[in-house]
Design a protein around this ligand. Structure first.
Ligand code: PMP
Ligand code: GLU
Length: 378
């Protein structure tokens, strides 16, 4: 009954787990949600206020598909200042969430039969978006620190695109200059496009975030994606953006004009306040995430579950092959400990031995989770 295109995609595991955790909590169970990647902080007040003022001022009508001019300018200024991208407001498109930017960019870049390289365990939505375009994923291998290994081997005459996501969901790994240089060299040598999903840019610990689009030869082949959900705790507002070569953006904008039309008008005003207002809450949230990361890593280590120290994002990705593997351990966590987590298999074949634990939850809840895990292990 359904189109073959639809049949190529499955439900988002992260969204499904989030819904399950919410349902169980609503039924009165004390579920600790380490499943979905969503900051537990409230959106900073000055951003909320800007959104409210905008609604009250009657900014409730259609806006241009590409976004309101002031927000596009604020985003361009940010990308020039912080990311060294050579862009102007005309190169920016605002989207309802970074997820729509990912979807639209992939549809614009991939044709039936093309291949797209994903590097190790990768965010749940990339592969379905690639499949929806009629293309296939080539999974790049990674080392123990989730850094790319022998990427060149995954490239052939059908390869069109590499998607990178640093800091990474689900591994938390951050690609440094050398790794990005290797990727950009491959992209230039093989005439590939790169989508750089930088949504965790602000949640980074002792590392430098580098935008691959600023590297030599990359300007004309990189689509940079970012959004407000993680940095400004704005998941439900649905606000993201992308910037890329004009010829690609033209088609992305057409697709958006026929699908979502635009990001919500008054939400875009809140976005301007986010980018142009004080950034101290962004720094506070990142600092707090770091404390939680360290607390969870040391607690897991005490329980005999070693884990890499991720350089960014708010996920731990421990190998639980000794505990039955990612799927079985995730089931056990939910059934026996009422902890919602995401099985590593949701992030591609390389993730099967792992479980993703989101530490975007309070220190109290993390302590309770560790106590519960101790109980089910003993
Ligand atoms: N990319 C990655 C890697 C993510 O983890 C998320 C989180 N949902 C997104 C994109 C999309 O974020 P949003 O649509 O909320 O802006
Ligand atoms: N990106 C978050 C996660 O991985 C939110 C859910 C989603 O959009 O997939 O949990």
């Amino acid at each position: 009954m359904v189109s073959s295109r639809m049949a190529s995609i499955h439900e988002s595991t992260t969204m499904k787990i989030s819904a399950t955790a919410k349902k169980l909590a609503a039924s009165g169970l004390d579920v600790i949600d380490m499943g979905v990647g969503e900051p537990d902080f409230d959106t900073p007040k000055h951003i909320v206020e800007a959104g409210c003022v905008s609604i009250r001022n009657g900014e409730t009508r259609y806006a241009p598909t590409v976004g309101i001019p002031l927000l596009r300018q604020a985003i361009a200024d940010k990308l020039v200042r912080e990311n060294s991208l050579r862009v102007s407001a005309d190169d920016i498109t605002v989207t309802p969430g970074a997820k729509m930017a990912v979807f639209a960019a992939i549809q614009a870049l991939l044709s039936e039969g093309d291949e797209c390289v994903l590097i190790g365990p990768s965010w749940v939505s990339y592969e379905p978006c690639v499949a929806f375009a009629g293309a296939t994923v080539a999974w790049g291998d990674v080392d123990d620190n989730f850094m790319p290994l022998d990427l060149a081997e995954k490239i052939n005459s059908r390869t069109k695109l590499i998607i990178i996501n640093s800091p990474s969901n689900p591994t938390g790994s951050v690609f440094g200059k050398n790794v990005l240089k290797e990727i950009s060299d491959l992209a230039v040598d093989h005439n590939l496009f790169v989508i750089s999903d930088e949504i965790y840019e602000k949640i980074i610990y002792d590392r430098e975030h580098i935008s691959i689009g600023s590297m030599p030869g990359m300007e004309e082949r990189t689509v940079t994606i970012n959004g407000f959900s993680k940095a400004y705790a704005m998941t439900g507002w649905r606000l993201g953006y992308l910037a890329g070569p004009k010829e690609i953006m033209k088609w992305i904008n057409r697709l958006l004009s026929h699908s979502v039309s635009q990001a919500t008008t008054f939400v875009q005003s809140a976005g301007i306040a986010a980018l142009q207002g004080p950034q101290d809450e962004v720094a506070y949230m990142a600092k707090e995430f770091r404390i939680r990361r360290d607390m969870l890593i040391s607690g897991l280590k005490d329980l005999g579950i070693p884990c890499n120290v991720p350089g960014g994002a708010f996920y731990l990705f421990p190998n639980v092959s000794a505990l039955g593997g990612g799927d079985a351990f995730t089931d056990k966590l939910l059934k026996d400990a009422l902890i919602a987590a995401t099985p590593g298999s949701a992030f591609g074949p390389g993730g099967a031995d792992y479980v993703r634990l989101s530490y975007a939850t309070s220190q109290t809840r993390i302590k309770q989770a560790l106590e519960r895990i101790e109980k089910i292990l003993s």
